[in-house]
Design a protein around this ligand. Structure first.
Ligand code: TYD
Length: 207
């Protein structure tokens, strides 16, 4: 049987990495086998693409180049890791996936959902998530919690208006795909958010 595919999404600083770690700890305790990957990255080729995309010196990068690099990195990750793991029945957890491209490049950069869907068609057709955990927290609150932007990260330096658009983009996607999206209020404590994620995954029969 094909394994389940769960992706985690949200604006910068929502505590996504910590929440993923907590879910992995729970799976370890329950002895559930899983594969954890992150985007952009997750394979040696994709990690090299990641360096180009996020390098603060690459200010001249145009929006379509950025979108295509994310799609290229994703394609490699799907072929090399995600598709084979799902085929062999594993549970795959991915830190960001196609909805990041839709929210960041499609909506916030203004390339459009259609364009982003088109360049991600292979990944979208082969490997759509069974569940997308969206950690919902306004970017202003999220940045406050994180203590400001990382000065070496090109995407984090894009400014508050950009991040507000990303957030809006996610809200549109959550409405467009209500079955796939588990919208989690991430304004509470780490433990509270964790419990909400666990309930959502249980409801969907994933854990
Ligand atoms: P990362 O340091 O992994 O951020 P985070 O911890 O917030 O996940 O950097 C990934 C950055 O790339 C982040 O700003 C979101 C952005 N991104 C896109 O714009 N499009 C995409 O398709 C993906 C996967 C990420």
């Amino acid at each position: 049987m094909r394994g389940k595919f769960v992706t985690f999404e949200g604006c910068e600083g929502v505590g996504k990495s910590r929440q993923i770690k907590d879910i992995c700890n729970l799976l370890d305790v329950k002895n559930v086998k899983y594969r954890l990957v992150r985007e952009p990255g997750g394979t040696s080729i994709s990690e090299k693409i990641r360096e180009i995309i996020l390098d603060g010196k690459n200010r001249a990068m145009c929006d379509r180049c950025e979108a295509l690099l994310y799609a290229a990195s994703r394609e490699q990750l799907v072929k090399e890791v995600i598709a084979p793991a799902l085929e062999s029945g594993e549970l795959v957890l991915c830190d960001r996936y196609i909805d990041s491209s839709l929210a960041y490049q499609g909506y916030a950069r203004g390339l459009g959902f259609d364009y982003v869907e088109k360049i991600n068609r292979a990944a979208a057709e082969e490997c759509m998530p069974d569940c997308t955990v969206f950690l919902k927290l306004d970017p202003e609150q999220a940045f406050l919690r994180k203590g400001g932007a990382d000065k070496n990260d090109r995407l984090e330096l894009s400014g508050m208006d950009f991040h507000k658009k990303v957030y809006e983009g996610y809200l549109i996607l959550a409405e467009k795909y209500p079955e796939r999206f588990a919208v989690i209020d991430a304004s509470g404590t780490r433990g509270e958010t964790h419990e909400k994620i666990v309930s959502a995954l249980k409801e969907r029969g994933i854990i």
